[in-house]
Design a binder for this molecule. Sequence first.
Ligand SMILES: Cc1ncc(COP(=O)(O)O)c(C=O)c1O
Ligand SMILES: [Zn+2]
Length: 409
Amino acid sequence: MKNVVKSNVKLKCISCGTEYPPDPRLYKCRKCGGLLTVEYDFSKAKISWNDFEGRGVWRYKQLLPPSEQLYDKTVTLHEGDTPLIKLENLVTQSNVYVKFEGANPTGSFKDRGMTVAVTLAKHIGSRLVIVASTGNTAASVSAYASRANIKSAIVLPRGKVALGKLAQSILHGALIFEIEGNFDDALDTVRKVVEINPEIYPLNSFNPWRLEGQKTLAFEVAEELGVPDWVIVPVGNAGNISAIWKGFKELYELKLIPKLPKMVGVQSEGASPLATAFERGLDEPVFVEKPETIATAIRIGRPINWPKAMMAVKESKGLFLKVSDREIVDAMAKLGSMEGIDAEPAGASSIAGYLKLLEQGVVSKKDKVVCVVTGHALKDPDAMLRISVNRIIVSKAEAVETILKTVSQ
Ligand SMILES: Cc1ncc(COP(=O)(O)O)c(C=O)c1O
Ligand SMILES: [Zn+2]
């Protein structure tokens, strides 16, 4: 174990506070079943921004779990280091940026987590990894497992995974199980499988080691832009918003940043257990039995990381909000046609959320805002084709000329 995870790291239950040694195979509290989080003892650490070297996720290796011995044995496809793009046309004279996670190797933020978790899985000798997925986790896990020469099994809700994501998993050679049911049912299946077969390594976001990689988004934003006033994140199973918040908190603890941002979690109206709870002032989510939305990546009714996400929003004095499918498609179309940024529906929900908050006056144009665009548009061609556009059938060059003359006037 000493060789795999650093000595200043432990696991802690977020519900009862029980602490554990940093076992990469421990995913829930043995006492109460609660979620675990990775904690570092930074009391002796003297880290400055100048200490970070290299690019992407592993630039921040001092703040990641694998031991020094593994630094040159990471399972990587050069993830992270994604573009931070200031919006210029969609909202003018504002201070809003897109953190474009579609630029990761498999086209979503999941790669940040997989490089860390699959590195650990490989070095503890896992031969088979498993995930439930709405699509992007499957695409990412299957790629990183292939890279590590490990087998991957994925469990998908049948008929509800965007085409590009399913195709990626096929390309990477995953063993694909499609179940009748939704993502929440798929996740229940995975939890049962790993309980009975502990040698199979789960890579869903209840695995706290995976979230360690995902927190590096906060490091990149803080290093490039300073601390935003708001960070807006699409929320499904609620791991990413928790990881990003953890990243900012660690920087604050290390005195690398002077303040913290407010976190906003965006959910789709048809799959909004956390946003509904927020609206009603409840401390627990209002689970949705049959979630439905065009943003299939966040079509989740029972988010497993809800306690962490609620804590992130509460501690940061942020909020959860809902956007409709129409607002999502509209934001996706605007982002593509006015800024040239390719977002899948779930990814564009952060922009839909931003536009709504701007309209409501909760966020002002002067505020420094980062919208996390979590996945690439190419993943979901069907969603892109729903955008209305002029497609003109022509048989002669003259017809093109005639039409263009009227357009350019
Ligand atoms: C594109 C995209 N956005 C957002 C999410 C939600 O992330 P989380 O489940 O960590 O809340 C997902 C999860 O699959 C996703 O694929
Ligand atoms: Zn516990």
